[in-house]
Design a protein around this ligand. Structure first.
Ligand SMILES: [Zn+2]
Ligand SMILES: [Zn+2]
Length: 193
């Protein structure tokens, strides 16, 4: 979650957050640096700047979609159909690419890490990610399977923190943990003081 502190600036216009009224805080909902929405991931922006931005509505829609598809309470393993309760057991792809892209077929896949080997899509996901990296359309965490899957060397700040904390299992969707309980734009009203 983007932290707001005195002197924070808008992710879109660069001006101080206290200067233009209400602000909207985005969780880390995009992991691919090549995604046009990446600049808004984990960013806090003026509500007026977001409203004027050509991708503003798409950013809000995607953020809500990510929360609905892999937020708390929506984590069911695609292999065994059981809820994934422990964060250490969780593997999720989050949003990878547009539906029209081969990677898009793997958006919001969630499973127990131990179930990955039994998942019919495992080989294909690894192959499609490799192709996307080669083609230059994916610049985000890379998938390691050793033998359990995890996303590593993440672009997401949340994943990077997890790595620094001792290599916690992580995925693009992991960052959504911190978004629990938050729905819709957050009119925070600017800085204090
Ligand atoms: Zn702004
Ligand atoms: Zn499972």
């Amino acid at each position: 979650m983007a932290l707001i502190f005195r002197g924070s600036t808008c992710g879109l216009c660069g001006e101080r957050l206290g200067s233009l009224g209400p602000v909207v805080a985005f969780p880390a909902f995009v992991c691919n640096r090549r995604d046009p929405l990446f600049p808004l991931s984990d960013a806090t922006v003026h509500a007026v700047c977001l409203a004027e931005h050509p991708l503003g509505q798409e950013a809000l829609r995607r953020r809500d979609e990510v929360l609905a598809r892999c937020g708390p309470g929506a984590r069911v393993c695609t292999v065994c159909d059981q809820e994934i309760l422990r964060p250490d057991d969780y593997f999720g792809t989050g949003y990878l690419a547009d539906e029209g892209h081969p990677l898009g077929a793997f958006n919001y896949v969630q499973l127990h890490r131990v179930c990955f080997g039994q998942w019919a899509g495992a080989e294909a996901l690894i192959a499609r990610l490799e192709e996307a990296i080669q083609a230059g359309v994916w610049d985000g965490p890379t998938l390691r399977v050793d033998p359990l899957p995890r996303f590593a060397a993440a672009s997401c700040g949340e994943d990077r923190k997890a790595d620094e904390a001792g290599g916690q299992p992580s995925g693009p969707a992991r960052a959504m943990d911190e978004a629990e309980g938050e729905r819709g734009p957050l009119p925070l009203g600017g800085e204090e003081g």
